[in-house]
Write a protein that binds this ligand. Structure first.
Ligand SMILES: O=C(O)CCC(=O)C(=O)O
Ligand SMILES: [Fe+2]
Length: 205
């Protein structure tokens, strides 16, 4: 697992190509069917349409009931969950994981971005166990290149520096949802797909 800076890790899940092809088909089918809705940003506890800030379309997969019919997406969600169960052991001295969120399927059409933000800057309004870990897994075509753009830009916590991660198929980025500022740069010509889950945790002193 590569760790480009504090609070960030980049790895792959090594899922079979057939499963990834099928999941991408399912995702495109959901997009075409009109099941996905514009992503929102919360400000001061009020949910605002984030036209300027955020151009993706999203679908909460468990809640929407699509796992009944979209088994490949469900299997990828399960693989991410299995990954976290291993990780839980490693992070135990620092974090006590409590629960996960639903999986969010997100599509960035060409030109869509998500401006710099921290996912959980204020504890999520929970009693110490807001979202602490974000996992973002990319479902894109297997020939995604620099020219396709759409990197996830992760800012270093204590300097102006940043690292860009291209949203290549099967790449999993794990980062601190309560600390790491990041932004999504717009993909140039293709739809950019990601499956995201968050884990809530208490942080030990
Ligand atoms: O798709 C990505 O690379 C990250 C998306 C993101 O930052 C978010 O949904 O909060
Ligand atoms: Fe984010």
């Amino acid at each position: 697992m590569m760790t480009p800076n504090a609070g960030v890790a980049v790895t792959t899940l090594n899922m079979p190509a057939s499963l990834l092809n099928e999941a991408l088909k399912e995702a495109n089918e959901l997009y075409r069917s009109g099941a996905m809705t514009k992503g929102h940003v919360a400000a001061n506890g009020v949910d605002l349409p984030g036209i300027e800030q955020r151009g993706d379309s999203v679908l909460w997969l468990h809640e929407s009931g699509v796992y009944q019919t979209h088994a490949s997406l469900r299997k990828l969600d399960e693989a991410m969950q299995a990954f976290v169960q291993q990780l839980a052991h490693e992070v135990k001295p620092k974090l006590a994981l409590t629960e996960r969120t639903d999986a969010m399927l997100a599509c960035y059409p060409p030109g869509a971005r998500y401006a710099k933000h921290v996912d959980n800057p204020d504890g999520d309004g929970r009693d110490g166990d807001g979202r602490r870990i974000a996992l973002v897994y990319y479902l894109n075509d297997d020939d995604w290149t620099d020219d396709d753009a759409g990197a996830l830009r992760l800012y270093h916590p204590s300097s102006d520096g940043h690292d860009d991660v291209l949203p290549r198929r099967d790449v999993l980025v794990v980062f601190r949802a309560d600390r790491v500022a990041h932004e999504v740069l717009a993909p140039r010509l293709r739809r950019r797909w990601a499956l995201t889950t968050w884990w809530c945790a208490y942080e030990h002193e």
